[in-house]
Design a protein around this ligand. Structure first.
Ligand code: ZN
Length: 299
């Protein structure tokens, strides 16, 4: 058991979860999902993304949703953006507290996902953080495909460490390591989180895992032990990426909370409320969701 250990969970279901669903969820249901996440104890939520609505029609209501977000001083609402235009849209709502910028480790994925080479995506991410800070907000940088790329395979840890070091110079709230296509394994996670932490000084590490090959939850544990302070998860295990072939959902909020809390790690999240919310979300989506804890008997 870990003692006096705390981990922050970021609920990413409204963005990463819903963007890979073929069904378009209503703005009202997105708002219900956000309210439920606040109610189960999450204090940072990735609420939407400000990207081309033709490419991601599921999140075309970004501005409308932002205007309806519950006004609370204790919440950080994150909007994902990929370029200056997206950053300006998000900031113009006046309701987005943090810009989430994404850079990628390979040119082949970068061009397909966001029309940028790896280096261009890093420069754009640093610019987004600068724009957020100028506007009095925070910015975070996620290094996507950190553990592997669908086109180029395993990514050298040195490459990720070098990107993290450069990204840290922009002054983001944290650096996130994302396993966009769910190929990472715990030994790789331990090493990468450790090496990135050494490279970025006081900044903390957030991790983002997809459970494509069943290693998601083990990767979360490896990351927490290696010193990651924040974990992304989505209610029910919704999620994926429309531009990553065969991508599966994020690690599920309820599965992560069960594992952490039962291991003595505090998260501030009420598992019974998460399970209840997962039941509601299953009805909204009209199909069983991948999470396991919400399908198992209460324990
Ligand atoms: Zn993701």
């Amino acid at each position: 058991m870990l003692k006096n250990h705390m981990v922050e969970l970021v609920e990413v279901g409204p963005r990463d979860g819903l963007q890979n669903e073929s069904a378009i969820v209503s703005t009202a249901d997105k708002l219900r999902l956000i309210r439920r996440a606040i109610d189960y104890g999450v204090r940072r939520i990735e609420v939407t993304s400000f990207v081309n609505p033709k490419k991601v029609p599921q999140l075309a209501d970004a501005e409308e949703l932002a205007a309806m977000l519950p006004e609370r001083d204790d919440m950080t609402y994150v909007g994902l953006v990929l370029n200056r235009r997206g950053a300006e849209r998000a900031l113009a709502t006046g309701r987005i507290d943090e810009l989430g910028a994404v850079c990628v480790t390979s040119d082949s994925f970068g061009i397909r996902n966001q029309g940028q080479s790896s280096d261009e995506s890093l420069v754009a991410a640093m610019e987004i953080v600068a724009l957020a800070k100028e506007a009095g907000r925070s910015g975070q940088i996620t290094i996507a495909t950190a553990f592997g790329c669908p086109f180029e395979g395993r990514i050298a840890i040195d490459r990720v460490v070098e990107m993290a070091k450069r990204a840290a110079d922009a002054g983001p709230r944290e650096i996130a390591l994302a396993d966009t296509i769910g190929v990472g394994v715990p030994a790789q996670v331990s090493e990468m989180v450790g090496r990135v932490r050494e490279a970025i000084g006081d900044l903390s590490v957030r991790v983002h895992f997809h459970n494509t090959r069943g290693t998601g939850i083990a990767n979360v544990w490896a990351a927490v032990i290696a010193g990651a302070t924040t974990v992304d998860a989505s209610l029910g295990g919704l999620g994926g990426c429309p531009f990553a072939p065969g991508a599966a959902g994020n690690v599920a909020t309820e599965d992560v909370i069960y594992m952490l809390e039962q291991s003595g790690v505090e998260t501030g999240i009420a598992l019974p409320k998460v399970v209840e919310a997962a039941g509601w979300l299953t009805d909204v989506m009209g199909r069983p969701l991948p999470a396991m804890v919400s399908k198992a008997p209460a324990f």
